[in-house]
Design a binder for this molecule. Structure first.
Ligand SMILES: [Zn+2]
Length: 139
């Protein structure tokens, strides 16, 4: 989301929006928080990181709206949007034990899954360092 916002800050919106979407897949190809096997091995850490992530995201959106940076919010949401499929998957498959659609049927989702080769718990450090750097550039 931060990357999408930074793109909207620095580029015209018609360029920033597609780049924001693409940036998601580029950043997912770098080490970031997650588990190597794709299975959540430490649920407490996973939930703590997800709650922290959600809280920081919500505060960022609030801060951007209060400063009237609506296009930064839009571009940030576009950058985040590919992960909506994982939220859907978690809610309907992991949580309730059923999945309405085959999320592997989309070529974008298959690409999304394929680029995430470096999900590791220590990727949290990489994410924090990157996130703080981009946040400082936004300010
Ligand atoms: Zn992703």
């Amino acid at each position: 989301m931060l990357t999408g916002s930074l793109l909207a800050k620095t580029l015209p919106l018609p360029i920033a929006i597609p780049l924001a979407f693409i940036s998601h897949f580029v950043l997912d190809s770098f080490p970031h928080f997650g588990y190597k096997s794709g299975k959540i091995s430490n649920k407490r850490l996973f939930y703590a990181v997800e709650i922290l992530d959600f809280t920081i995201g919500a505060l960022l959106i609030l801060w951007l709206v209060l400063h009237h940076h609506y296009t930064w919010v839009l571009s940030g949401f576009i950058a985040f949007s590919p992960d909506l499929v994982w939220i859907y998957r978690y809610i309907f498959k992991e949580r309730f034990g059923r999945l309405q659609i085959d999320y592997n049927s989309s070529s974008i989702t298959r690409l999304h899954k394929r680029v995430q080769k470096y999900e590791r718990y220590w990727g949290l450090v990489v994410e924090l360092a990157y996130g703080l750097s981009v946040f400082m550039l936004l300010g």
